[in-house]
Design a binder for this molecule. Sequence first.
Ligand code: ADP
Length: 446
Amino acid sequence: MFEKVLIANRGEIALRVIRACRDLGIRTVAVHSTIDSDAMHVRLADESVCIGPPAPRDSYLSMAALISAATVAGADAIHPGLGFLAENSTFAQVVADHGFIFIGPSPDHIATMGDKIAAKAAMAAVGVSGVPGGDNAIEDETEAARIAAEIGYPVLVKAAAGGGGRGMQIARTPTNLGPALGLARREAAGAFGDSRVFIEKFIENPRHIEIQILADSHGNAVHLGERDCSIQRRHQKVIEEAPSPILDESLRTGIGERAATAVRRLGYLGVGTLEFLFDGRDFHFIEMNTRLQVEHPVTEMVTGVDLVREQLTVAAGGKLTFGQKDVRFDGHAIECRVNAEDARTFVPSPGRVREYHPPGGPGIRVDSALFAGCIVPPHYDSLVAKLVAHGPDRAIATARLARALDEYVIEGIETNLDLHRRIARNQDFNNGACDIHWLERWMDNA
Ligand code: ADP
């Protein structure tokens, strides 16, 4: 096992990794920008290194600063967390080139899965089929029209390098296709520096269902069931839960085993998530995330597996500590993403937190780096806390979630806690009846 791990991240995810390291007796090195010098991840780590000014490109995204920090601190491995450089294959390579272990999959797997076209091809080759369409980048409008006619409208134009729900444009009819292509290309070039787009079938009212997998370097791979992440706004997840209210045992086991087999055949290492759209009958692969996900705690709550502990173990060359038959699912878990943002406009709301009181009691877990007096800087992601409720069944988990949301006090900054409180008491939500468009439809009518 490692002796000292540097965590190339901040906020709640840095805390999450520090905690897993502590449990394993691994020393931790936090890195921070100047504005984060008093942050919780700095306080809880064994050591910390300032890596630059607040702007991400000068600190948390600076490979040179991170490698220097790891060298000075004498770390033997680097955990990228999520966001920032977690899915940057160049970083994974640079980390290895400097003699450190990158806690994640190989640079090749990161690069392949970071390109949605390549990812669909790689998955198809190991038995996981994607949304119809999208085998190649679109060269011109004629080709786009031909593919769209073949798969049938409506279609979605997507950025190959896309992420964060950006670079997607729907075309419902042939006349929409040209404009959608232009818009998606421009957005992709601006956001990702890569204007390649592809076309796939727009699935009308699917659920977003993803499978958590875990693999070691000894040929073992398991799945830890699904998460249903259908409560979304602008293609971004707001609430996630496990198990999905609409899957039965045979669907769950079928897709889980297909995902585990696929990553075993790929020779993948570490944690990962295969994302699917489920149309009520079939699962259509959309992408794979080659890192820990924001919503990993819901899986931890229903399986009792510490995903970060396993991630550290397999990165250090260890074997998985359990097999597929040992994975047990217990009850139901639901996670709310608490963001520092204006309740009406969704514009980020940085500032100083004046009062802070997290909820507790049976079945409640809060992953957050907030404390009274801390600063939420404007430079980073607006996610400030994850509230997860677990219960023996979905009704109890939902009741606990609603109760915990009522207890939660965050003052000084705006948050979306009220939105979560309203969703937790909504009838459709309580019935488990929400597809990926439900939240936006409901907010439009509210
Ligand atoms: P990103 O990498 O930007 O998160 P994804 O490919 O993971 O993009 O898709 C994010 C979300 O966008 C999905 O959960 C779903 O809501 C929507 N989406 C993506 N592809 C399709 C599709 N073919 N049909 C309908 N909705 C889609």
